[in-house]
Design a binder for this molecule. Structure first.
Ligand code: NAD
Ligand code: ZN
Length: 355
């Protein structure tokens, strides 16, 4: 698999990834390596990573607790403190080995420690491979709100190795898959068609599909790295998806949804908005709904729940009640940004989903 050239770094796969990693470590004049893991990646990913890592440099492992609740400034403080205790200097190399929580937080810690040290992302979840580790966004949550503190910073390289996915639970695999379906719907209809029938591909095809997804995301990011316009295409499914995710997160009576699971529902709802706007046919909407409903959990919402989601949506988007901007899709696998949608249309979309 060839490398993917991102802004000022590359994404390398498997063997070539480890070769490039060794080269960067050997030629970068680094003083020491720090490897950030979480409680799961220490167990499942670190032994394989260390076995394949070729370096003469000394290294230290810094482990954080796993999970979104730990993607906070308090955890950053702990990691900065460990770096400081070990007297990490500006030539220290910081490697994040984990899912999106570790790569987002690790990138932020590295980009701010001593005004920025070099870092490398090694994503170990499907979501982090196809989404979180490419595009330069790093950061942490604040007061339960996602990604409130952070900055754009690029790694020296990203290493993608599908072997890490062998231990990833099924629901976490599905969560990443949702973003891959999104890539097809917003940018490449033939990719959507390929992903439609999961029985069609094997684990061997997985690397190729990941490659394809990263390429789609990277091409969009390259056009608009700071999300001024085009990059908003990647928000398809996320406007309502985020509201549903937050609603589940803040409601103790129902089980939480993974990000990708919420985004899958968001994509069904926002496809319905695209249908109501006349951008896609009923046939295509039904196809999207049936493909995604077969893979991702269905949710039940009462009228009251829908209104709570709507309130979260307005809060999230800082928009006046009645109009929220959406990214919608067209029939040919293309996204349209900054689409105004009324509350009534959103309620229609929920009603159709729940029927
Ligand atoms: P995560 O990092 O919480 O990982 C999910 C779970 O899988 C964790 O419990 C983790 O310990 C475990 N895990 C990781 N690798 C494993 C492996 N190989 N085997 C077994 N278990 C493993 O979550 P995620 O879904 O990877 O990422 C979600 C985060 O990514 C969110 O915080 C989101 O905001 C962020 N994100 C960032 C961007 C971006 O552009 N920066 C894009 C999308 C998502
Ligand atoms: Zn997402």
């Amino acid at each position: 698999m060839n490398e993917i050239q991102a802004e000022n770094y590359s994404v390398f796969f498997a063997e070539k990834g480890f070769e490039n990693l060794s080269q960067i470590l050997a030629n970068g004049g680094y003083s020491k390596i720090f490897i950030l893991t979480d409680s799961n990646t220490t167990e499942y990913c670190l032994p394989y990573f260390l076995q394949r890592l070729e370096t003469t440099l000394a290294f230290e492992i810094i482990e954080i607790e796993d999970g979104e609740v730990n993607k906070t400034i308090e955890t950053c403080f702990e990691v900065w403190s460990v770096l400081s205790e070990y007297e990490a200097d500006r030539k220290a190399m910081f490697i994040s080995l984990g899912g999106g929580v570790v790569t987002d937080l690790g990138g932020f810690v590295a980009a701010t420690y001593k005004r920025g040290i070099d870092f490398i992302s090694v994503p170990t979840t499907l979501l982090a491979m196809v989404d979180a580790s490419v595009g330069g966004k790093t950061g942490v949550d604040l007061g339960g709100l996602k990604n409130q503190v952070g900055l754009f910073a690029n790694p020296q390289m990203v290493l993608v190795d599908v072997n890490f996915l062998e231990t990833l639970p099924g629901n976490e695999m599905r969560s990443g898959l949702a973003e891959m379906y999104k890539h097809g719907l917003i940018a490449d209809i033939s990719y959507w068609n390929r992903l439609k029938d999961l029985s069609n591909f094997t684990t061997n095809d997985l690397e190729l599909l990941i490659y394809h997804s990263i390429t789609i995301k990277n091409n969009i990011v390259l056009e608009d790295p700071k999300e001024k316009n085009i990059r908003k295409k990647l928000n398809f499914g996320h406007t309502l998806g985020h509201a549903i995710e937050s609603y589940h997160l803040n409601n103790d009576e129902i089980s939480t949804l993974l990000h990708g699971e919420a985004v899958a529902i968001g994509m069904i709802l926002e496809s319905n908005l695209s249908l109501q706007k006349g951008y896609i046919s009923e046939l295509f909407y039904n196809e999207i709904k049936s493909v995604l409903s077969a893979i991702f959990p269905q949710i039940q919402l009462s009228e009251k729940d829908i209104h709570k989601c709507l309130r979260l949506l307005v809060h999230d988007k800082k928009n006046e009640l009645g109009c929220v901007n959406f990214t919608l899709i067209k029939e040919n696998g293309e996204a349209i940004i900054n689409e105004e949608v009324s509350t009534e249309m959103i309620i229609n979309a929920f009603t159709e989903y729940l029927s």
